[in-house]
Ligand binder design. Structure first.
Ligand SMILES: [Zn+2]
Length: 496
């Protein structure tokens, strides 16, 4: 059993939005044992660390990750851990790794583009198998998972883009029930993607209803984020009402210039019914190349705004814009995109500039919104959000509009997401909570990953504890991989 940890001299930001407070923190086992006024004696059997000048915050919760396979490939998950992230939620946007049925969801072009490759040594079939594999990999961070609609659909219907039959829908509901029993936090959809977009509301309501017991959660990448974004929000809220689930909208955005300024109207609709959302702090989006081409609605494709992030087998185009490639290849930007899709078998992703800064800042300012990176752990030139999301909120959106207080920014990454996603005893610096903690140098915390150089760790995250053990540090103290899967228990809807 590791020794206790005593953090002396820091300033605690407890995650609830309460003001910073000088406190010492005692960790015993995997929990916070006490939060004490300065100057208390360190109990015997504990190792004391002087954290004077640093802020002690709860570990950040990345509610929107696509680390489903990255956590198996690279269990230390340094791009996230180095940002202070101690829990990731996977299975977002309807993308997932389980169940495996008539087809394996992580083996198609879209799945490989978003989650990256994986050649399983021992295959898995069920949602529980997947979570067991994550635990066996001994991750550095905690991992909670949503049941992914596209994965469930692919397991039953394959990759065909058509409505499900009644028999197929019954089979899908069975798989959703299994995932719920096995600890999924809720259902996620990505209704802008194939083959999920062939699903009507009836199908989604039937699947989401599997989670309605015990405060279920419906998490959705909307059917449309551009010209019809308000109608898509209405569809999501309708699905929540009919299924009995709370609604959480993924990566809020108003895509394409004709839609800039709609953020306030979206937030008003969410507020009317107590729905929530996540957002990442950038004006560029990133997804698989093919769906990106129609993700901005009627706005014309601007080749300068599309930068190739991943192109498997055609890596020389990574980091280049469609405009640059069109010039070299003497074709249009759209033709260049199709040439890449053909050469890569659709395993290509793109970073594309599509949002207005004012909409992003409006979302971050909202009490309904929490932070999620939507990082894609793939390719040579990924979106910088994979490395910079949380420090960027703590610097850019505290110093500039909407001028969040530091504690309000932390709340959007800790206690608030823990409450929305039902992660019990996570997200606060309080006695009895799990000791997921970050030591932040508040005045120097900043993202350093840029669109030009996206694979750069942030500054100012000095050390991270996960379940009471050091997981990351900028000095050479020994670290351990102490993360675990967080599985929803059905009785009360909360996660152990
Ligand atoms: Zn998405």
């Amino acid at each position: 059993m590791p020794e206790g940890v005593f953090l002396r001299g820091g300033v605690v930001i407890d995650g609830t939005g309460a003001p910073p407070c000088p406190r010492d923190v005692l960790v015993e086992g995997d929990r916070i044992a006490a939060v004490l006024p300065r100057g208390a004696e360190a109990p015997s059997g504990t190792v004391e660390y002087d954290v004077t000048g640093l802020h002690v915050t709860p570990g950040f919760i990345d509610v929107h990750s696509h680390d489903d396979l990255e956590i198996l490939r690279e269990p230390q998950l340094l791009p996230k851990l180095s940002q202070g992230v101690t829990t990731v939620v996977v299975g977002n946007c309807g993308h997932g790794t389980a169940p495996v049925g008539v087809a394996s969801p992580y083996r198609d072009g879209l799945g490989r583009a978003v989650m990256g490759p994986f050649e399983p040594e021992g295959d898995w079939r069920t949602f529980a198998d997947y979570l067991d594999l994550v635990d066996a990999a001994q991750p550095s961070v905690n991992v909670a998972a949503l049941a992914a609609h596209n994965a469930i659909r692919i397991a039953v219907c394959g990759f065909e883009s058509r409505p499900a039959t009644d028999v197929e829908l019954a089979a899908m509901v069975g798989l959703a029930n299994d995932a719920c029993r096995d600890g999924a936090l809720g259902l996620s959809t990505g209704l802008g993607y194939e083959p999920a977009r062939a699903a009507n509301s009836y199908e989604i309501v039937a699947l989401a209803a599997a989670f309605a017991d015990g405060d279920g959660l419906y998490v959705t990448h909307l059917r449309d984020e551009a010209d019809r974004v308000l109608q898509a929000v209405d569809e999501a809220l309708d699905i929540g009402r009919r299924s009995g689930c709370r609604v959480h909208v993924s990566h809020l955005k108003c895509a394409g210039e004709p839609n800039w300024g709609k953020m306030s109207a979206i937030l008003q609709r969410l507020s009317n019914v107590g729905a929530t959302a996540d957002v990442y702090p950038y004006t560029a989006a990133s997804t698989a190349l093919r769906p990106s081409l129609d993700a901005v609605g009627e706005a014309p494709l601007i080749p300068e705004n599309y930068v190739i992030a991943t192109a498997v087998g055609l890596e020389e185009v990574e980091g280049k814009s469609l405009a640059e490639l069109a010039e070299v290849w003497e074709c249009t930007g759209l033709e260049a995109a199709h040439r890449i899709l053909e050469a890569t078998g659709d395993v290509a992703t793109v970073v594309y500039f599509t949002m207005a800064e004012n909409d992003v800042a409006t979302a971050i300012a909202s009490d309904l919104v929490v932070i999620g990176s939507d990082g894609l752990p793939v390719g040579g030139h990924p979106h910088p959000r994979m490395y910079g999301t949380f420090p960027r909120v703590l610097s850019r959106y505290v110093a500039g509009p909407p001028h969040l207080s530091f504690e309000a920014a932390v709340e959007r990454m800790t206690a608030r997401p823990a409450a929305i996603f039902g992660l019990e005893r996570r997200g606060q610096v309080a006695p009895g909570h799990y000791a997921d903690l970050v030591l932040v140098d508040r005045h120097n915390v900043v993202d350093r990953a840029t669109y030009e150089s996206p694979r750069v760790q942030a500054a100012g995250i000095e050390a991270v504890l996960v379940n009471g053990q050091w997981a990351f540090a900028t000095d050479d103290r020994p670290v351990a991989r102490a993360g675990r899967t967080l599985r929803r228990t059905q009785r009360n809807g909360s996660v152990r």
